[in-house]
Design a protein. Structure first.
Ligand code: IMP
Ligand code: MG
Length: 181
């Protein structure tokens, strides 16, 4: 838990998120049209709200699985070394796979996770992230679908945390510290 006091300023409303997901879901349903072997893989824990809303808008038969990669811990700094903490329950060989992430920041997490999943020979592997901070990129990674491109701000809500808090906010907000460090 952070000791430094902060407030959260709304950046993207729940309504804007819902509208964007509807349109992303239409594109994804078109891309995977006709498949009966799609596995939607959520990266824990930040994607749990996004994946729940996204799969309910998909006009496709889907299976859902989860993967957990090491993350920030309780700090605001990205770790460059990514480890798989919890593997998928199901097989993805010859399956269509859509990896769902909350934010692409430095790019290390999704770059690592997609390399890891590719070794299992999926038929197709696509990625979607709700948020993208392109100015923070350290490795060349581009998700196939992005909800919103945002500036370099630390954000919370809609599944995304700061030191495990604020995941339950229905909107995306940015953290603003109210006292100097
Ligand atoms: P990357 O490996 O640097 O791309 O980091 C991606 C992960 O860092 C995301 O899955 C988030 O869990 C976390 N992250 C990046 N930016 C933020 C943020 O603004 N708020 C909370 N978590 C973040
Ligand atoms: Mg994460």
């Amino acid at each position: 838990m952070s000791e430094r006091p902060y407030v959260i300023d709304q950046m993207i409303s729940a309504k804007s998120i819902a509208a964007r997901i509807e349109s992303l879901a239409r594109e994804i349903s078109a891309e995977f049209k006709g498949t009966d072997k799609l596995v939607v893989v959520g990266l824990l824990r930040g994607s749990f709200v996004f994946i729940a809303d996204l799969v309910r808008e998909l006009d496709l038969p889907v299976e859902v699985d989860f993967l957990e990669a090491s993350s920030y811990g309780d700090s605001m700094e990205s770790s460059r070394e990514v480890r798989i903490l919890k593997d998928l329950r199901g097989k993805i060989e010859d399956r269509d796979v859509l990896v769902v992430e909350d934010i692409v920041d430095t790019g290390h997490t999704l770059a690592h996770v997609t390399r890891f999943l590719q070794t299992r020979k999926p038929a197709r592997l696509r990625t979607i992230a709700l948020l993208d901070k392109p100015s923070r990129r350290e490795v060349d990674f581009k998700a196939d679908w992005i909800g919103f491109s945002i500036p370099d701000e630390f954000v919370v809500g809609y599944g995304i945390d700061f030191a495990q808090r604020n995941r339950n906010l229905p909107y995306i907000g940015k953290v603003r510290f109210t006292e100097a460090k």
